[in-house]
Ligand binder design. Structure first.
Ligand SMILES: NC(=O)c1ccc[n+]([C@@H]2O[C@H](COP(=O)([O-])OP(=O)(O)OC[C@H]3O[C@@H](n4cnc5c(N)ncnc54)[C@H](OP(=O)(O)O)[C@@H]3O)[C@@H](O)[C@H]2O)c1
Length: 284
């Protein structure tokens, strides 16, 4: 069975390919695509097929998806262009006669007010209107979005605008493993999975980091507009500052909370606790 994973040069896509191999997929059945196929040389050395695919160049998608039976479309990162790009991938998968396409979406994409999710919702609508069987993998927040900033938190504390809201967290590799389970499994067509692990407030996250490091970590909750100004002051581009501030608004409103055990069921075990994820990040 030929399984195509897009954006395999990215952290999530690469972890999906690795997970497919770990779960017994034959390397020759796995196609890893990227705009930069040279970055996948190590996967090619393991026998994985590597093909060039750019979401903005439909001709590359036709070639990259030729013969695909199952496809994982990893959402792109070029905001404002993603609906057109993702539509091109869906069309190439349909043209290839693929039997299943899984798409990495956002929590509650069809109903959320999160600005970040608008293109995910639009992509979901494209899938619903297409003839291809599909699975929606609505990934909540990567815990690495926070654990990647531990040094900053230890120096300045944790500043957010999430109030009492909880955000569901899991490791990228756990979302990747769930995607691999879907790609290799049966009976997932038509499913929408809301994926996330432990849900924490930012105050709880600061306390966890404090417990693990043995140093108290401050937590300051500010209004959304103030957070946006703080991010601008930290030299973030205006669009990124607005997007990240809006994420905190969404967390406060419960829009990044996924009260399901979908991730546990797909993994066949509970995802790592936030405490263990912080420990792992600290251990490097
Ligand atoms: N749930 C969350 O917390 C969260 C956080 C951040 C992002 N995301 C979403 O999840 C996706 C995967 O996350 P990640 O951690 O793997 O991100 P990442 O490491 O930044 O990788 C992004 C991937 O998207 C690929 N890409 C971007 N534009 C493309 C195009 N036009 N054609 C083909 N590939 C393209 C990149 O390819 P190149 O290597 O060629 O640049 C790269 O492989 C992101 O793209 C974003 O949509 C989710």
């Amino acid at each position: 069975m030929s399984i195509v994973v897009t954006a395999a040069s990215g952290q999530l896509g690469r972890a999906v390919v690795t997970s497919l191999l770990d779960r017994g997929a034959a390397p020759a059945d796995v196609v890893a695509t990227s705009r930069r196929p040279e970055s996948l040389a190590d996967l090619a050395d393991r026998g994985v097929q590597v093909r060039r695919a750019d979401y903005s160049e439909p001709a590359t998608l036709t070639e990259a998806l030729a013969g695909a039976e199952r496809v994982l479309l990893v959402s792109g990162d070029e905001f404002g262009r993603r609906v057109t790009q993702h539509t091109a991938v869906v069309e190439a998968a349909v043209a290839a006669g693929a039997g299943l396409l899984a798409y990495t979406s956002a929590p509650h994409a069809a109903t959320t007010s999160l600005a970040l999710a608008a293109e995910h919702a639009a992509t979901e609508r494209v899938l619903v209107g297409s003839p291809i069987d599909h699975v929606l993998l609505r990934n909540a927040w990567y815990v690495e979005n926070y654990t990647g900033q531990l040094a900053t938190y230890r120096e300045h504390g944790l500043v957010g605008a999430t109030g009492e809201g909880r955000v569901s967290l899991a490791l990228r590799r756990e979302y990747a493993e769930a995607a691999a389970a879907v790609l290799l499994g049966e009976g997932h067509a038509g499913a929408t999975y809301e994926l996330g692990g432990e849900a924490v407030t930012l105050a709880e996250l600061a306390a966890v980091i404090g417990d693990v490091t043995g140093e108290p970590i401050g937590h300051t909750d500010v209004p959304v507009a103030q957070l946006e100004q703080i991010l601008l002051g930290a030299d973030l581009p205006a669009s990124a500052a607005a997007t990240f501030a809006d994420v905190d608004r969404g967390i406060a409103a419960g829009e990044l909370l996924v009260p399901t055990d979908d991730l546990t069921r797909l993994l066949g075990r509970a995802p790592l606790s936030t405490t263990d994820a912080v420990r792992e990040a600290l251990a490097g």
